[in-house]
Design a protein around this ligand. Structure first.
Ligand code: ITT
Length: 195
């Protein structure tokens, strides 16, 4: 395809997961770090609002295509927490491990269905700054929250997320297996089908 896409994210975990498919399709990729772009404040009230906000912010810096996504973990028994606040659940500068420990504390004493959870991702693609009808795709990944962290890979909540039908946490899946099952992998495949 020989076209450049700017990945409007500062999250290296997301970049690692999005790269292989987009490169395989022949896109050249640029990151916000390479373009020295700041992240916008995430003031949206939904995954979709935040994904659009991140993409539109990046479009202020470039004439290339821009792909952005907003994602997070939803725990229905906690009223949907952490949801759109997943990246900063334990505080504004929280690390992934802080967030995981905080989540485990919030679920202390809860078992069975109360530990059900899913990841959700809304991904948007603007085919240049004039694109009035950006492509939007979304997907979820069902599972539950483990009693403790495990697994060497992934990022974010992967060490505490037990995907439905798996015996290990998302952090113990191979990158290819995670991409096949995950909210982000599914959303990206839908988006690519629209192209
Ligand atoms: P950008 O806004 O720069 O893209 P971010 O990390 O702030 O990066 P989000 O606002 O979309 O991104 O927050 C997503 C958070 O949800 C992320 O930081 C993780 O904590 C969590 N998350 C999303 N997808 C995940 C995945 O596949 N595995 C584990 N955690 C994930």
């Amino acid at each position: 395809m020989n076209r450049t896409i700017v990945l409007a994210t500062h999250n290296e975990g997301k970049v690692r997961e999005l790269e292989p498919t987009l490169l395989r399709l022949g896109f050249r990729l640029l990151t916000m770090a390479a373009l020295k772009m700041e992240s916008p404040p995430e003031t949206g009230q939904s995954f979709q609002e935040n994904a659009l906000l991140k993409a539109r912010h990046a479009l202020g810096y470039t004439r290339h295509w821009v792909l952005a996504e907003d994602s997070g973990l939803v725990v229905p028994a906690l009223g949907g927490e952490p949801g759109i606040y997943s990246a900063r659940y334990a505080g504004p500068h929280a690390s992934d491990q802080d967030n995981n420990q905080y989540l485990l504390q919030r679920l202390a004493g809860r078992e069975g269905r109360d530990r059900s959870a899913y990841f959700h991702c809304v991904m948007v693609l603007f085919r240049g700054p004039q694109d009035a009808e950006p492509l939007v795709a979304e997907a979820s990944w069902q599972g539950s929250i483990a009693m403790e962290e495990s697994g060497p890979g992934g990022f974010g909540y992967d060490p505490v997320f037990l995907p439905e039908g798996c015996k290990v946490s998302a952090a113990a899946l191979s990158p290819a297996d995670k991409e096949l099952r995950s909210h982000r992998g599914q959303a990206l495949r839908k988006l690519c089908q629209y192209l």
